[in-house]
Design a protein around this ligand. Structure first.
Ligand SMILES: [Zn+2]
Length: 253
């Protein structure tokens, strides 16, 4: 296959039966994580993805993208960054939008990670102590390991990014959190695999809108970010992504 998607969570913000939607794109040994909800390491443990001789863990992540600052996409970052800094894996490479990069430290992580007691005095910590930050431009593709990534603003409560992740052979399209947006669908639909959100609320996409899409597009689409109420539903014409599953993007080499 061209590359694979490890589906580490498929739930929405209020899910209790699933972890919040997040996934990892893996090509050979390179691991690119997308989003970091609550209980991130618990999710990796529960899903038990194989990696090398053992199980995939936080220290194997080569880079992480944060799409936006809602908790079900970023609440796990504090402890992942701390674990990497103090336990295993070293400083995390983090990629995000200009809007998120501007406030991530001052208005979120510094509240808890900004001061460290070393046994004698209180040290002031900086973002750079935990993260190697890379700001993604809205109008430029960026290379991360074997992947090229293009991002696009979605219509959501706060700035959020849809993305196309390509390895040069195949492309994954990811809607991120968004209202139903035909222009976004256009932007995503050439991809070999499309992950599209669906949940309740005016800033999200209702399922019936996805069911109205053309069949060839629905056939390569997996619904993510869905509420517990949808679990087990027989939906004619759409497939719900399964947490813990590994999906191929593109054909076998
Ligand atoms: Zn959101």
């Amino acid at each position: 296959m061209s590359f694979e998607i490890l589906m580490n969570g498929v739930g929405d913000a209020f899910s209790t039966d699933h972890f919040g939607t997040n996934f990892l794109a893996r090509k050979q040994d390179f691991v690119l994580a997308v989003d970091c909800p609550d209980s991130y390491r618990n999710a990796l443990n529960a899903n038990d993805f194989k990696h090398g001789d053992g199980a995939l863990a936080v220290e194997h992540i080569d880079a992480m993208i944060i799409t936006h600052l809602h908790g079900d996409h970023v609440n796990g970052l504090e402890m992942v960054a701390a674990y990497r800094r103090f336990a295993k894996g070293g400083r995390l490479k983090l990629y995000t939008s200009p809007e998120v990069a501007e406030v991530l430290w001052d208005r979120r992580l510094a509240v808890s990670l900004g001061t460290l007691y070393n046994g004698e005095t209180f040290e002031t910590m900086q973002l750079e102590d935990f993260l190697e930050m890379h700001v993604m431009a809205w109008d430029e593709e960026i290379s991360i390991g074997p992947f090229t990534i293009a991002i696009r603003r979605t219509l959501h409560h706060i700035p959020a990014m849809a993305m196309r992740i390509s390895d040069g052979q195949a492309t994954l399209g990811y809607s991120c959190d968004t209202v139903f947006d035909p222009e976004l669908i256009d932007w995503l639909q050439d991809s070999e695999l499309v992950l599209h959100e669906s949940t309740f609320g005016v800033a999200h996409t209702p399922l019936y809108k996805l069911l109205e899409l053309p069949e060839p597009l629905r056939e390569k689409m997996l619904v993510v970010h869905y509420p517990d109420e949808m679990i087990g539903a027989e939906i004619d014409g759409l497939t719900l992504a399964s947490q813990g599953e590994i999906y191929a993007v593109g054909k076998s080499d």
